[in-house]
Design a protein around this ligand. Structure first.
Ligand code: ARG
Length: 615
């Protein structure tokens, strides 16, 4: 919450060009926070570090904010805040006063952001990589919406190309209503493999399956109405599979967000022609290619982006060029995000570069590849099942829920069957999602159920547990009914994210001191004990944290924030009795608990994770 002030001071001390400097704020043993920027700045401005620190301090406007500002050691700046100032800010947040400092998105210009995520392939199993782009993408859209952006979700499914001849023929042969056809929904890999096997076995047979499959592709791409109708039914089956996964995960994508590869097909020929006319594409080894600057192959030769194969067919790159143009022209994006596996980085950067060259992606539009790192098995290789086949995602999610269920059955036998089932789903799915969200999106990590379900450490269950614990405290205090909006919290999960952070979420209104009878003014929070102060200061960083996530597109900053909040709450609760305190102290601490709960459950919701009622 002081970052903009420190940056303003740095700019006024050393010049505007330094405004973007990271103030490097850390917790301090001797004060509330420590600003460590002077050391790095000193070198750049040619001053001894302590002098650089003194210049920053001179320029800092902290009237009414700090009671002490000290320079220590080689040039640390220690700030001690005025307790009244902390209380005022905190209480403004507790009241849900959107005008208070620290409200996410307040000083930020809203943008139109197109987010491409999930994007699985028809008649193929979604793999853990797709799971991760789905989870990370869904969190990013929620955070950006909470910050005030207009977000346009685009699910760029792989629903076009040569394999569809074979898939359609296979589907017709086994019968659309057959059990083998149902595999499209339950086990798409098996369906694909069956079609593939038939195709390979008949490769040399002039009038066999493979020949029919090839004719089928020609009919499909030639716009044959009957073939097109069959293809549509086949894609619809695959959507059922995607939607089952999305429902299980609580993902906000619907059929309305699907804009698959097929939807760009009609524009590809024209697009290639335009690129040729612009002088950006030329024939190389029979294929039409662009050669965007800065991309070279190992041998130093310019790297081609193939936009029309030598057989006349269009590919993934052509479609992506049409896609990026559409997102800028028709969807009017200010920012286009590709939440896509890291291995596609060169492809996407070449597409962006060619689109810039063609004038389809102007400098005013930012295009970013949010690279998703691989999820590995315990052997350090891409996660596979024991047989070597791709892991079935639904089975993986079921296992997470089963494991969570076993823990809850053992630990909370007094809960009803129904309650335990709900919590198990929330914890199991939450743990898997949190694992994807708690490390940098571009880093690889090992998929490990034991680690992700652990109640200790930076895990989903740890953060969920802190929130569930507060709910139980508030219930015992009688400020949270037994069945308040607990249910709506999760049901409203997908599209109310925006309003949540403005302090209108259900957990907030229930508990922010409005009491069960409602209408009573919010109790003022007094910040007295060191543990209360540490918790308060962290609470005030919520808005800035969301803004950082939106700027850098890094949801793990939010999970780190929530993990720390849960830890700070735990030490507060160890050191400061809540229910056993009397009168105003009790009221104040309950209001503090309520605000922590609101931030924990609101933050988890932006990560797409539910907050269990009981755990
Ligand atoms: N369907 C692709 C895959 O499974 C991902 C598509 C990503 N989006 C894009 N515009 N290329 O790898």
């Amino acid at each position: 919450m002081v970052v903009p002030r420190v940056q303003a001071a740095i700019a006024s001390a050393f010049g505007e060009e330094f405004r973007g400097t990271d103030p490097v704020i850390r917790p301090s043993q001797f004060a509330d926070i420590q600003i460590n920027a002077a050391m790095a700045l000193a070198r750049k401005v040619g001053l001894p570090p302590r002098d650089a620190a003194a210049r920053i301090v001179d320029a800092l406007e902290l009237d009414g904010i700090c009671t002490a500002v000290e320079i220590s050691g080689p040039g640390f700046i220690n700030l001690t805040f005025d307790g009244t100032w902390i209380e005022e800010l905190l209480n403004a947040e507790s009241r849900g006063d959107t005008a208070s400092e620290g409200t996410a998105g307040a000083g930020r210009e809203a943008q139109r952001v197109v987010v491409d995520y999930s994007s699985p392939n028809v008649a193929k199993e979604m793999h853990v990589g797709h799971l991760r782009t789905t989870v990370v993408g869904d969190s990013l859209v929620k955070v950006l919406e909470a910050l005030g952006d207009t977000v346009i979700r685009q699910n760029h499914i792989g629903d076009w190309g040569t394999p569809f001849g074979m898939l359609i023929e296979h589907w017709l042969e086994i019968g659309e209503d057959s059990p083998e056809a149902a595999l499209l929904v339950d086990d798409p890999s098996a369906f694909y493999q069956a079609a593939r096997a038939k195709f390979d076995a008949s490769a040399n047979d002039e009038d066999g399956f493979a020949a029919r499959a090839r004719r089928r592709v020609v009919a499909l791409q030639g716009g044959d109405a009957e073939t097109f109708a069959i293809w549509q039914r086949l894609v619809a089956q695959s959507k059922r599979y995607f939607n089952a996964i999305y429902a299980m995960l609580g993902i906000s994508l619907t059929d309305d967000h699907i804009a698959g590869e097929s939807s760009y097909d009609a524009h590809l020929a024209q697009l290639c022609q335009e690129l040729e006319e612009l002088g950006l594409a030329r024939i190389s080894d029979g294929a039409l290619c662009t050669f965007p600057a800065g991309f070279t192959a190992r041998d130093g030769q310019p790297l081609p982006l193939i936009i029309r194969k030598s057989d006349g067919g269009y590919g993934y790159a052509t479609t992506d060029l049409a896609t990026i143009r559409y997102r800028v022209r028709e969807l009017e994006a200010d920012r286009v995000l590709y939440v896509v596996g890291a291995p596609q980085n060169v492809h996407l950067r070449m597409v962006m570069a060619s689109a810039r060259d063609a004038g389809w992606l102007p400098d005013t539009v930012e295009a970013v590849h949010v690279q998703i790192g691989n999820v590995l098995g315990e052997d350090g290789k891409i996660l596979k099942s024991r047989s070597g086949a791709p892991v079935k995602l639904m089975a993986l999610l079921d296992e997470a829920v089963d494991r969570a269920r076993a823990v809850i059955d053992a630990g909370r036998p007094e809960l009803t069957e129904e309650e335990r089932a709900v919590t198990a789903r929330q914890v199991g799915i939450g743990a898997v999602k949190y694992a994807d969200l708690s490390v940098g999106h571009d880093t690889e990590y090992v998929f490990d159920f034991d680690r992700m379900l652990a109640l200790n450490g930076n895990t989903g269950p740890y953060v969920q547990y802190a929130a569930a614990r507060i709910r139980s405290i508030l219930r015992r205090a009688g400020v949270l009914g037994d069945h308040p909006a607990a249910g709506t919290d999760t049901a409203a999960g997908t599209d109310t994210a925006g309003t949540d952070t403005a302090g209108t979420d259900t957990a907030g209104t229930d508990t922010a001191g409005t009491d069960t009878d409602g209408g009573a003014p919010a109790t003022a929070i007094a910040v007295v004990e060191p543990a209360e102060r540490a918790l308060a200061l962290h609470l005030l960083e919520y808005g800035a944290t969301l803004e950082k996530v939106g700027e850098l597109l890094e949801p793990h900053r939010l999970s780190t924030y929530l993990f720390e909040l849960a830890q700070l709450f735990t030490s507060f609760y160890d050191q400061c009795p809540v229910l056993k305190s009397a009168d105003s102290v009790r009221e104040s601490r309950l209001a503090l608990c309520a605000l922590v709960l609101r931030r924990l459950s609101g933050g988890l919701e932006l990560l797409g994770i539910e907050t269990p009622e009981n755990m």
